[in-house]
Design a protein around this ligand. Structure first.
Ligand SMILES: Cc1ncc(C[n+]2csc(CCOP(=O)(O)OP(=O)(O)O)c2C)c(N)n1
Length: 672
């Protein structure tokens, strides 16, 4: 094709993208046309000349990853997916933002083929991408063999000004530079406009210098419609070995719109009929039909898809040979993808006897993790600089770093926000089980990513230690009160607060076996007795969310003491004191609301019999929510204020979390 003809094809294809987005937003009467219009050329160059994908197999393991971190520009990715031949028909574009369409307001993982992660909360996608790039490095180190580069892909991110303003992106980018993630490439849509107006209102640092300081390779493309410059920059970024790449692309929001280009008016509202007409006219696009896809505009995308499909075929041939040369690795590869756990992994799971206590559940968790890590070689994780406190370290295994790509201990640094999103990126590989630890109080710092893990159904594990006021002297800043409840409020997140070492092992079992959503473990800083019971009972009980730990010797219980975590042994002590006063109490360990709620009514009533209305819940946290389990005639001992800085015994006295106080409250309840 002559250069002139090629230029015409390019322009048509780019305008096809632009106007599909414009028409989608117009038809939905809501959405964000400006960013897609400005990014269309960036996207065209990437998707037709650099990105490796195979629309027939959106999950092909060695595809390049593309993340639209600025999820509000979703009309762009849906148009790209449609034009490239993913199963996103034109009718889906016409149903943009409508109920049950596959083209929701912001891209959602698992809903639309080709969408690699859920984006919308700015900064998250970029930080997910860091996790994806880390996963590539780890998986390549594990699976690739001489002549077999099974995993060798780039992670491409489109990020907006807002993405780069967000702190989470800074944290993640800092770590990415440190880890020398050379296959991570961020193209920044530098359009200098956000919702409130020009970014100069708030955003005046030299972003490129900032990224250079992070250790990134930085390029500038001065004109976001200059395909030659874009191609060259992408190519250079691909060739860059040891540094992640930032490409600052100077674009124009709402490109082509005579009255709205370069203004925030084009950011988040339909252009409006008149302006659409003026824009189409200005760019030489027919007014009708809407959703116009000329053959010429389609072809470059379909050619790229065809090339990708061939690459996938070649990869599959390579995999067959690999399977002959390395049968065990090949079957592990497939098992991981199918999320099939190694068959006998539970055999190594630790169990504990009374003599192993007292033992903090965070320490028990460390032992359990170390007991199972050999059986599950793709369990990887670490902590946000609290490995020693969170007991997340896998002893004898190496630390992941630029020079140690096979390391399974991850050091996130003091970056909880990024850790949350990176864990999501690791999990999105489909071939790793990632976990991350910090103090429960700082789960607040990663809550947006936890929520997204739940929304996406990712098997991420959180190791939240120092789970109550019993952290003691560190005081109210470090004492979680509302965090348990707030985590329990996230749909799809399993929250488990085990009472002792065996319940901790059980909690890990639930967490590992849970493949379709995240699990948070709340673990004690302080030592706890190992409850005198068959570990198997804890195993079954935790899996059902709540179970009877101890019933009175002979009598029918007059009341039920319900407790989670460290308060279960407190309840057992109170039960003994009550027995001395001839009050018969049942003790229920209640590590997980959501697991209990999933049980059938018969089981639930066997634990909390409807006939026993005197129920006292005890948890060293907010009381809100326990009312649904204790009922109208029950009571709750908890903490509805901030904590206190004091040794933990004094804290226990102050908040009535002693056996004697529990006995008093129980007796008062019986008298009510
Ligand atoms: C965490 C988060 N905060 C706020 C928003 C709401 N929001 C959507 S886009 C945007 C900023 C728009 O500016 P920019 O990122 O430059 O996008 P552009 O205007 O170029 O489309 C904001 C504040 C969001 N999506 N996520």
């Amino acid at each position: 094709m002559s250069p002139k003809a090629q230029a015409e094809v390019d322009t048509t294809a780019i305008n096809t993208l632009r106007f599909l987005a414009v028409d989608m937003v117009e038809k939905a009467n809501s959405g964000h046309p400006g960013a897609p219009m400005g990014q269309a050329a960036m996207a065209y160059s990437l998707w037709t000349r650099h990105l490796r994908f195979s629309p027939g197999t959106p999950g092909w393991p060695n595809r390049d990853r593309f993340v639209l971190s600025c999820g509000h520009a979703s009309a762009l990715i849906y148009s790209l997916l449609h034009l490239s031949g993913f199963d996103v028909p034109l009718s889906a574009l016409q149903e943009f933002r409508q109920f049950e369409s596959i083209t929701p307001g912001h891209p959602e993982y698992g809903l639309t083929p080709g969408v690699e992660t859920t984006t919308g909360p700015l900064g998250q996608g970029l930080a997910n991408g860091v996790g994806m790039a880390m996963a590539e490095v780890m998986l390549a180190a594990y699976f690739n063999r001489d002549g077999y580069d099974l995993l060798d892909y780039n992670t491409w991110i489109f990020a907006s000004d807002g993405d780069l303003m967000e702190g989470i992106a800074s944290e993640a980018s800092s770590l990415a530079g440190h880890l020398e993630l050379g296959k991570l490439i961020v193209a920044w849509d530098d359009n200098r406009i956000s919702i409130d107006g020009a970014t100069s209102l708030t955003f005046s640092e030299d972003v490129c210098q900032r990224y250079e300081a992070y250790g990134w390779h930085v390029q500038r493309v001065e004109d976001g419609n200059d395909l030659e410059a874009l191609d060259a920059a992408y190519e250079t970024a691909r060739e860059e070995g040891n540094r992640p790449s930032l490409i600052a692309v100077r674009t124009h929001i709402g490109f082509g719109s005579p009255n709205k280009q370069d203004t925030s008016a084009s950011h988040g509202a339909p252009l409006g009929g008149e302006e659409v007409a003026a824009t189409k006219k200005a760019l030489g696009w027919p007014l009708e039909p809407t959703f116009h896809v000329p053959e010429e505009g389609l072809e470059p995308f379909r050619n790229a898809a065809e090339g990708g499909a061939q690459e996938e075929m070649a990869w599959r041939e390579m995999f067959s040979l690999y399977a002959e040369d390395h049968p065990e690795l090949a079957s592990e590869f497939l098992n991981r993808l199918a999320r099939t756990l190694p068959s006998e992994w539970t055999e190594s799971l630790s169990t504990f006897g009374v003599g192993d206590g007292p033992l903090a559940t965070r320490k028990a968790s460390g032992k359990v993790l170390n007991s199972i890590c050999d059986a599950i070689p793709y369990l990887v994780g670490g902590s946000a600089d609290l490995a020693g406190s969170n007991n997340t370290y896998l002893q004898g295994l190496s630390d992941f770093s630029a020079g140690e790509p096979g390391g399974r201990n991850l050091h996130f640094g003091v970056r909880e926000h990024a850790m949350g999103a990176i864990l999501n990126g690791l999990a999105l590989s489909g071939m790793l089980i990632p976990y991350g630890g910090t103090f429960l109080i700082f789960s607040d710092y990663m809550r947006p990513s936890i929520r997204l893990a739940a929304l996406m159904g990712l098997p991420v594990k959180y190791v939240f230690t120092h789970d109550s006021v019993f952290v003691g002297e560190d005081g109210p800043t470090h004492q979680p009160i509302s965090q348990l409840l707030s985590l329990r409020a996230i749909p799809g997140l399993t929250v488990i607060r085990p009472a002792d070492a065996n319940e901790t092992a059980a909690a890990w079992r639930v967490a590992i076996e849970r493949q379709d959503g995240p699990t948070a473990l709340a673990l004690s800083r302080q030592s706890l007795p190992v409850i005198r019971q068959d570990p198997e009972k804890a195993m079954e009980g935790v899996a059902r969310g709540a179970y009877v730990v101890a019933d009175p010797d002979e009598d029918e219980p007059q009341l039920v003491l319900i407790a989670s975590g460290s308060e279960v042994s407190l309840a057992l002590d109170a039960q003994a004191l009550l027995a001395e006063q001839e009050i018969a109490a049942r003790v229920v360990s209640f590590p997980s609301w959501d697991l209990f709620d999933a049980q059938d009514r018969d089981y639930q009533e066997s634990v909390l019999p409807p006939g026993i209305s005197k129920r006292l819940a005890i948890e060293a946290g907010t009381t809100l929510g326990w009312d649904r389990y204790v009922g109208a005639e029950g009571d709750v001992i908890g903490i509805d204020s901030f904590g206190a800085s004091a040794p933990h015994q004094a804290v226990a006295e102050h908040f009535g979390l002693t056996p004697e106080s529990v006995v008093e409250r129980a007796k008062a309840l019986l008298l009510r």
